[in-house]
Design a binder for this molecule. Sequence first.
Ligand SMILES: [Zn+2]
Length: 421
Amino acid sequence: MKRLFLGLCVVLSVLGFSQIDTAQIVVRERKNTPQALTKPYVILISADGFRHDYAKKYNAQNILKLAENGVSAKAMIPGYPSITGPNHYTIITGLYPSHTGFVDNYFYDKKRNDYFGMSMQSKISDGSWLGGTPIWSLAEQQGMLSASLFWVASNSDAGGTRPTYYYNYHEKFTADEKTNIVLNWLKLPEEKRPHFISFYFPEVDKNGHLYGSESLEVQNAVQFVDDAIGTLMDKVNGLQLPNVNFIFVSDHGMIDVDVESTLEIPALLQDKNRFIINNSQTLLRITVKNESEVDEVYRELKRNKTSGYKVYLTEKFPKRLHYRTADDRFSRIGQILLVPNAPKIFLEPTSKKTPGKHGYSPFKVPEMKASFAASGPAFRKGKKVGQFRNVNIYPMVAEILGLEITESIDGKSCTAKKVLK
Ligand SMILES: [Zn+2]
């Protein structure tokens, strides 16, 4: 019956119901190799916008217990800009956003003369937009099955191979339904059971944006996610599989911004014939269509600048953010960047005012920093480490699963060495 149901789901997807389709998509002919069967399991959970201090601040008991029984970091440093799409994809590829080409939730690609948006189904599911090899793709290529419940780009063939089990993004499942999906994956016969599972919660970020980073609603969302993780861990542990590891992460933090006195986009940039502007409020990227005008535009922007933001040539952007022209492998960042000083934002008159934001440099605005805690047989017990960059998750997961990293990545193995047995 289950087979029939899964088959039907694939048919429905092929017929084009994917926009509203809540059905699982299964690549049916795959199975774990005998070698993969001997490897551990990793469940990578992300709670969007779960700031580095939220677990303690709001007494998220299950996440604190996870840290206590395993390892935790003071904070995890997101890639720049500290926003959702780029950072989920950075965590899953071990590459900075400039190196994956996922440079913003929304960006323009000069060579394609086309726009990419994280919520555009046709773009996010098309792996040709994105560089790097996601962990699920690496696992599948090395004979190990994987599954994803809503991780950014898990419905794309980026890196060459989709997970064996995945969904197109939607928010119709309850926490219990999500937990049951993971449990059902882990109850599959060994040959069909995914060893790498990635799992996503949007609630904390949503409430942070709508009600502010310190709101009661954020506290409630933290409790909601914590309860869901507690239930998931209890039920998974109840299956008594020999070697399951849990890794809890987030993509970025959250801060309250100044919505009363916002920054105006300089008038010069209104000329659509000369510029393509991408304003994510905490970062404004400028593509000057005529390359020979870049220096002149930069000087003019500097000359007419009001207070509250900085103007940079992308060529000379701070090195540690890895967001310079030299890093821009897909030529998507633009040549000039306007960077608001937190808590300032660039707000267009038509945009909705919401109090919580992220996107700033995590080095300048510590509220941008994310969370990390993990436990399971692969991890040490009671180990606390300092902050580290989120690109280091990739080599950690690859090490646990026994996967060979096949291309050059930005992530370093130093964090794995500290937290793994
Ligand atoms: Zn996010």
